[in-house]
Design a protein. Structure first.
Ligand code: GP9
Ligand code: MN
Length: 679
């Protein structure tokens, strides 16, 4: 009996507590209707824009942007309490207009560009024209107006509250302060939860701001726009101080008028068309490698053996990866020290290969089956001098022809051919960049790459004479193994492209230039397995094993080489058919091919490899450098000797000084737009 009474008592207490809570909740809602309406309506809008633009399950199920957007809205909304109730609505109306405008502008922008709007673009007057067109063309679209419904709800709430005398209430200063602090604390908690649940990919993508879709999907539209504003203003601030000093050191660097040197390749390609292939994540160490007698990259191997193959060629990219490779290849400049040239400094003056060829009457274009705003290419390709950029909207991309990030290389190339045929009909000479996409990390779309086993198959004759096939897993299931499958696919797409170009006669007067844009950032442990596989135990040999081959951090750095090939249909057997073993970097591409096509950029940072030969040095954005003699790690002040020749402290110091100056001048040229007034 007693027990029963206690139970009932407990129940009653619980019930009272619950009712109290409910009462408090109701009271809170009643007293904060304006604030809550503002937060909720803006949250509905930000969710709507995400759902209408990014059609992936990950996006639909994503809770993070809700937390991020809530944090921003609560923090911004909390200051409304500082105002007296009679003035409060004006504050929330102002905010609501601002946040609704962000959604509406992005909605219109997305329809036009399949990407999100950036403040930095506003500095381009041409862009303003584009947006103007976009607004005119899209203004009647119903989906852009949907964002006004939640907005209308705030107005409706205002009328209701007015009728109920909400604005006539007197709130003491102390009370208003208390409410503000309460709301601010709630906002801070949301912000904290948001920050601590960020993973490393989120952090880097957030900092780089190049993949706008990803940021909106993971962070929400308001945080995206806020981050965009900061990234857009930063380069302006960077370039505000130190112009004179930068200009002086730039003039000093280029003061000696370099004599234009000639060599056996001078002008050999004058008047020829150009196909440049940007080989996504293609690494030299995938070449001349076979699994079970099947080559990983038969196309690259064939082109390399028939044309000019630079076997010691390095990518010099920084955080701008693909875009940095494009920059360095076409301008002979290094990536910037902060931000990326493509995103932050797209509106600078560049002396580039497409521009110099245009002076020779070439039509210049670029083709890439991904969204035009990835890496801000839409704006930057114009700055680099491409007459036209064919992007996702010019291709038929569907679920069937998608691999990894987007359109498969095979679909991309085959849809590019008719475009190229039209260009070829219209223009006597042309230069085109084709940016591949499929061979992109994480190389996990293995079922779409086609059959390419990376295991070891052996036939063993047993004692009784019977023959058995044994399979050792080897690289199957590893990231590096999947990478080989992926490269094999990309290589086969390239092969198909070359065949089709040939069939259409498009290779007859054309030079094909292929480069790997950067290494594939594969785990060192996988290379260790590749080199030290113990098939009997399906494991890696121990370090004490006599057959163990060391794969240390230097091997890894040296293994990041990417292919660079110059090929023509008739190069086989000529002076173009050779392997160039001297170290070479992407910044040497423009001077080297410039000499072949007959153009010259006196502000190039690299050299014509056939003039500098074995004296070349490849500087990396982190300050490391490599010569034929050594790889130098500038941070650790350590080196790996690559020949038997003695290395002196003096040459290290000289190279260190050279690298530092080069990196500095390159950065200044971009940040302070020094080429704008240079003659
Ligand atoms: C994006 C593609 C990949 O369109 O070029 O860029 P990455 O991630 O390699 O820099
Ligand atoms: Mn890339």
């Amino acid at each position: 009996m007693k027990k029963k009474i206690i139970k009932i008592k407990d129940k009653l207490i619980k019930e009272i507590k619950r009712a109290k809570k409910e009462h408090l909740m109701r009271k809170y809602i009643k007293e904060n209707k304006l604030f809550l309406t503002f937060v909720l309506t803006c949250l509905i809008n930000s969710t709507m824009i995400r759902f209408f633009t990014i059609h992936t399950l990950e996006n639909y199920l994503s809770i993070k942007p809700l937390i991020g957007d809530s944090a921003i809205l609560i923090l911004a909304g909390s200051f409304g309490y500082l105002f007296k109730p009679k003035n409060r609505f004006k504050y929330y109306l102002g905010l609501e207009i601002f946040f609704t405008a962000i959604c509406m502008i992005n909605s219109v922008y997305y329809t036009f560009y399949t990407s999100f709007a950036s403040l930095s673009m506003l500095s381009l007057t041409q862009y303003l024209g584009d947006v103007g067109d976009a607004v005119v063309q899209n203004v009647i679209q119903l989906k852009d107006l949907l964002y006004l419904i939640p907005f209308g709800f705030l107005i409706f709430m205002n009328i209701k509250l007015k009728k109920r005398g909400y604005y006539k209430k007197v709130e003491l200063k102390q009370e208003r302060k208390k409410k503000t602090i309460k709301a601010l604390t709630t906002g801070a908690v949301f912000a904290l939860v948001f920050i601590i649940t960020m993973n490393s990919l989120d952090v880097t993508r957030f900092a780089k701001q190049w993949n706008r879709e990803y940021i909106v999907m993971r962070f929400g539209i308001y945080i995206y726009q806020f981050n965009d504003a900061v990234t857009s203003v930063k380069p302006k601030i960077n370039s505000m101080f130190g112009y004179d000093k930068a200009n002086r050191s730039f003039k000093e660097y280029f003061k000696d008028e370099k004599e234009v040197q000639t060599n056996e390749y001078t002008n050999i390609f004058e008047g020829k068309n150009v196909i440049v292939i940007h080989g996504e994540s293609m690494q030299t160490n995938a070449m001349n490698r076979s699994f079970n007698g099947q080559e990983v990259t038969p196309t690259l191997n064939k082109l390399a053996s028939e044309g000019m193959f630079f076997s010691n060629f390095y990518s010099q990219v920084s955080v701008g990866t693909s875009s940095d490779a494009e920059l360095t290849n076409t301008t002979s400049l290094m990536p910037t020290q902060s931000g990326t040239a493509f995103v932050s400094y797209f509106n600078r003056t560049y002396i580039s290969t497409p521009k110099l060829l245009k002076e020779k009457g070439y039509y210049t274009f670029s083709m890439h089956g991904n969204a035009a705003d990835f890496w801000n290419r839409r704006a930057m390709h114009e700055s680099l001098g491409y007459d036209k950029f064919y992007s996702k909207k010019d291709y038929d991309v569907n679920t069937e022809n998608t691999i990894g990030l987007g359109i498969s290389d095979k679909a991309f190339f085959s849809q590019s051919i008719p475009k190229l045929e039209k260009i070829n009909e219209k223009h006597k000479n042309w230069y085109g960049l084709f940016i591949m996409l499929s061979n992109h990390t994480p190389f996990s779309d293995t079922e779409k790459y086609g059959e390419f086993p990376v295991d070891i198959k052996e036939t063993v004759t047993k004692e009784d004479g019977s023959v058995e096939e044994v399979t050792y897993p080897y690289m199957e299931g590893t990231k590096l193994g999947n990478y080989f499958k992926s490269v094999h696919y990309a290589d086969s797409a390239l092969g198909d492209f070359m065949n089709e170009l040939d069939e259409k006669g498009l290779l007859d007067n054309t030079v094909v230039i292929i480069y790997g844009d950067h290494d594939a950032r594969l785990p060192k442990a996988d290379y260790n397995r590749l080199n030290n596989y113990d098939k009997e135990n399906d494991s890696v040999l121990s370090k004490d094993d006599p057959n163990y081959k060391e794969y240390d951090s230097y091997q890894y750095e040296l293994g990041r080489k990417v292919p660079f090939i110059i090929w023509t249909k008739d190069s086989k057997g000529t002076n173009l058919n050779r392997e160039v073993k001297n170290v070479m970097g992407m910044y040497d591409v423009m001077p080297t091919i410039g000499n072949m096509f007959g153009y010259y950029n006196k502000y190039a940072l690299g050299h014509d490899i056939f003039n500098i030969n074995e004296n070349n040095i490849v500087v990396f954005p982190n300050g490391n450098w490599v010569t034929n003699k050594m790889y130098y790690n500038s941070q650790k002040e350590e080196y790996l000797s690559l020949t038997d020749e003695a290395i002196t402290q003096d040459e290290i110091e000289k190279n260190e000084e050279y690298s530092e100056k080069l990196l500095n001048v390159s950065n200044n040229m971009i940040v302070f737009d020094l080429l704008k007034n240079a003659k």
